[in-house]
Design a protein around this ligand. Structure first.
Ligand code: UGA
Length: 447
């Protein structure tokens, strides 16, 4: 089958490559000519395990190529996946749909009769219907379906080739048949396929992300209570998550979530629900967001308390810049938000990350960076563990203690082995435990 994939960001590049790998003939389209040139040379804009290999292989087989012309895309196929970004609007919490609208408007005059537009971007419920009306107003008789994407950064290829489920929102049997053909090999492999109306499919995506974000903020709320009550949030999470109805995933107390999806998706969902008159039903998402943001402030506050009431002129070594391990993405990174706040408070902050240093440098040019952990922690009064990269779990705390000014650790991800660090002479602090130091202490929630 011939397909176009419009937008060659995270979702689009991976989708285009994976669809070509499934055996389809794919044209990837993007208005960014530089990106198209680099993709055409086999260089993906992002690092994802296996992606470059699939690009190279499918391009060599002639099944995948790239173009910056929407008109060429419209002529190439009758099924068009839309994978452009839907960031938060600068003036509100709602999603900015200008890129999605521009794609549909750009395609409209060139579409072949009976074409199917399939949105993959995360959008406010009702978008497919609205775009359908927009197309109809131009006299174009094409269906708009929605097929949300659930891939995670760091395992994008695996998540696309072997998803836990496929969800398609369609208005006709014809569109359903087209999508069953696109995903034929996956259906044959037994991957569950949920065929719904477009509104339900759009909602599945934001509901899933909201649930996961809520789960994270739930355990972080428990972690605040643990601190106040003298209990241990990690032990609590382990015991609560052992209930198979709850499960241990996304139940790790710590610095909380970031990235390009959860924060903006829960805000956009709450804003859309308000527009629909159902705001009260998801008002709790604002609290989920607040709990999440508070974890960053609580981490900064704890660092200040550990250092005796001020971070000014203190040296702080920061482990981690990416928004999560396994990614070089620093968009809305909790680690960098904390590092920046400490820097703004007058600390000398030096950040290490195994993958994200270049992106971190561009986003936060006034922070200092180090290519290795000992360099980041040299002369540090405090070491902060902010992104749970596996390599940090294998650090030798005794070695690290020889370069720092004092062996003080704040593990804001609650994953380093406390007894090992203590045995090497470190004093270990963490969120969600009852051990906040007494110096300069304002106990409880920061304002
Ligand atoms: C998330 C969803 O997991 C994907 O299913 C979805 O497709 C994607 O958003 C999207 O909407 O495009 P992603 O943002 O790549 O994927 O990252 P996750 O692995 O879900 O992690 C999100 C954030 O939660 C990270 O900052 C992570 O560190 C944090 N997290 C995760 C916690 O703070 N605690 C946990 O227990 C788990």
């Amino acid at each position: 089958m011939r397909l176009t994939v419009i937008g060659t960001g995270y979702v689009g590049t991976v989708h285009a490559a994976c669809m070509a790998d499934l055996g389809h003939e794919v044209l990837g389209v993007d208005i960014d000519a530089e990106r198209i040139a680099s993709l055409s040379a086999g260089r993906p804009p992002i690092h994802e395990t296996g992606l470059e290999e699939i690009l190279t292989r499918t391009m060599a087989l002639g099944r995948l190529r790239f173009s910056s012309s929407l008109a060429e895309g419209a002529a190439f196929a009758t099924t068009h996946f839309v994978c452009v970004g839907t960031p938060q609007r600068p003036d509100s919490k709602a999603a900015d749909l200008r890129f999605v609208n521009a794609v549909v408007d750009g395609l409209a005059p060139h579409l072949r009769p009976g074409s199917l537009i399939v949105g993959k971007s995360t959008v406010p419920v009702g978008t497919a219907a609205r775009l359908g009306r927009r197309l109809a107003a131009t006299g174009t008789d094409c269906e708009v379906a929605w097929n949300p994407e659930f891939l995670r950064e760091g395992s994008a290829v695996q998540d696309t080739m072997c998803p836990e489920r496929l969800v398609v929102g369609v208005s006709s049997e014809r569109a359903d048949t087209v999508l069953r053909t696109v995903y034929g090999p996956m259906l044959q492999a037994g991957i569950p396929y949920f065929s719904t109306d477009p509104a339900t499919a759009e909602l599945v995506k934001v509901a899933a992300n909201s649930f996961l974000a809520t789960k994270i903020s739930f355990i972080n709320a428990m972690s605040e209570v643990c601190e106040a009550a003298g209990a241990d949030a990690s032990l609590l999470a382990g015991a609560v998550g052992a209930d198979s109805r709850i499960g241990p995933q996304f139940l790790e107390p710590g610095l909380g979530f970031g990235g390009s999806c959860f924060p903006k998706d829960i805000r956009a969902f709450a804003a859309r629900a308000e527009e629909l008159g159902a705001g009260a039903a998801v008002a709790f998402l604002y609290e989920v967001d607040r709990i999440n943001t508070r974890q960053r402030r609580r981490t900064v506050d704890l660092a200040r308390r550990i250092l005796g009431g001020t971070v000014a002129d203190r040296h702080i070594g920061v482990l981690g810049a990416a928004f999560k391990p396994g990614s070089d993405d620093v968009r809305d990174s909790p680690a960098l938000a904390v590092a920046q706040a400490l820097r703004d408070g007058g600390a000398a902050v030096r950040v290490h990350d195994p993958e994200a240093l270049d992106n971190a440098r561009s986003a936060h040019p006034d922070l200092a960076y180090a290519l290795d952990v000992p360099k980041a922690c040299e002369d540090a009064d405090l070491v902060l563990h902010l992104t749970a990269w596996p390599e940090y779990r294998h650090l030798d705390p005794a070695d690290l203690a020889t370069v720092t000014r004092q062996p003080l650790l704040l593990d804001a991800r609650n994953v380093l082995d406390e007894p090992t660090w203590q045995a090497a002479g470190w004093t270990v602090h963490a969120l969600g435990r009852a051990k906040a130091p007494a110096t300069g202490l304002v106990r409880g929630e920061p304002s």
